[in-house]
Design a protein around this ligand. Structure first.
Ligand code: NAD
Length: 333
């Protein structure tokens, strides 16, 4: 059987082909799965989609009409999939419920230290043979306070790194993580965390309760020279409010791997188009802001685990086996 994989990055293609070797053929497409591209899947029983695919009702119906019966999404998140429509159509939907939390935690730490030590500005200067130091002063992290917002798998991995740097550990979560407590973390309310932390890193999921958790009031409560990192979901931060604070000269550094209006921008080459997003355009003008395009998970290890799970999902579907990765049909024990 031939599987059709959408949204495959050049680095991933050989990994996907190798993982399916000896099982099934796979056709890899660079284009993402959208209403426009869904008709390409006609005749493919099994389709694999990437994190930013549009798997709304219309796309699912197009896929179903073309003969698709199983979709294996290569991500943990599935907020892009209309599970109700999938269930009504009798589709099987699987995702990847676990992969390396270290990929994201290490990237969040990289953003924090990059903005703290002005690495991008330094690199731009030295490429220009400008070897001055003015404007490149950072701070030691040892002895300073980190505030970890969400201490689940990724937050815990991030806390371990901060602990290794000798930071005081503050956490905020609806549930305390024993491993973080063991590292010496103190759980506090979010107001205290915002007020005391020199580095704040966000690791809660995007839910109605966490939507714009970092609003104007939260930003104002933070130290003027705090470092703020978001590698979770863009909707956690009110970006307009962040721009207002940055314009006022606040924050030593801000690292953003996610952005609330990233859909239709991130993962794509927009370099030849007019920039229509004024907020993002303004964000890019601040020398203390570093924006990356949702690449925190993008390591050999995490992508390898995602691809291996995708192959397992396909083999499970064909063998009629259930696993914890299956979202639809819902488990009816
Ligand atoms: P997790 O489920 O292990 O941890 C989430 C933590 O958030 C839990 O400890 C939970 O108790 C806490 N939480 C949930 N609701 C809360 C609320 N209302 N208030 C306070 N705390 C709350 O998840 P994880 O694997 O650590 O992933 C965290 C997030 O990272 C994901 O939801 C996703 O948004 C993001 N992520 C980003 C990338 C990337 O490439 N940038 C990749 C993977 C995951």
């Amino acid at each position: 059987m031939e599987i059709l994989a959408f949204g495959v990055q050049a680095d991933e293609k050989p990994m996907i082909e190798k993982a399916f070797e000896g099982h099934h053929d796979v056709r890899c497409l660079e284009v993402f799965l959208t209403e426009d591209t869904a008709p390409i899947a006609a005749g493919y029983e099994i389709v694999s989609s990437s994190v930013n695919a549009d798997l709304g009702g219309r796309v699912l119906r197009t896929l179903h009409a073309g003969g698709t019966r199983m979709i294996s999404q290569r991500s943990t998140g599935f907020n892009n999939i209309d599970l109700d429509v999938a269930a009504r159509l009798g589709l099987t939907i699987a995702r990847v419920s676990y992969y390396s939390p270290y990929s994201v935690a290490e990237f969040a730490w990289t953003l924090a230290t990059a903005v703290n030590r002005r690495i991008v500005r330094a690199s731009n200067r030295t490429r220009d043979f400008d070897f001055r130091l003015a404007g490149l002063m950072g701070r030691d992290l040892r002895g300073r306070t980190v505030g970890v917002v969400g201490t689940g798998k990724i937050g815990e991995a991030f806390t371990r790194i901060a602990h290794g740097y000798g930071m005081r550990l503050l956490g905020w979560d609806i549930a305390e993580n024993p491993a973080c407590l063991e590292l010496g973390m103190t759980y506090v309310d979010k107001e205290q965390l915002f007020a005391e932390a020199d580095l704040i890193s966000l690791h809660v999921p995007l839910l109605p309760a966490t939507q714009r958790l970092i609003d104007a009031a939260a930003l104002k409560a933070m130290k003027d020279d705090a470092l703020l990192v978001n590698s979770s979901r863009g909707g956690l931060i009110d970006t307009e409010a962040l721009v207002t604070e940055l314009r006022a000269g606040r924050f030593a550094g801000v690292g953003l791997d996610v952005y609330e209006a990233e859909a239709g921008l991130f993962f794509l080459d927009k370099s030849l188009e007019v920039v229509r997003d004024d907020t993002l355009a303004r964000l890019m003008t601040f020398p203390n802001v570093l924006v990356t395009s949702h690449q925190a998970y993008y390591t050999l290890d995490a992508v390898g685990q995602i691809i291996d799970a995708t192959v397992r999902n396909v083999l499970d579907y064909l063998a009629g086996r259930r696993s914890e990765n299956v979202l639809v049909p819902a488990d009816t024990p």
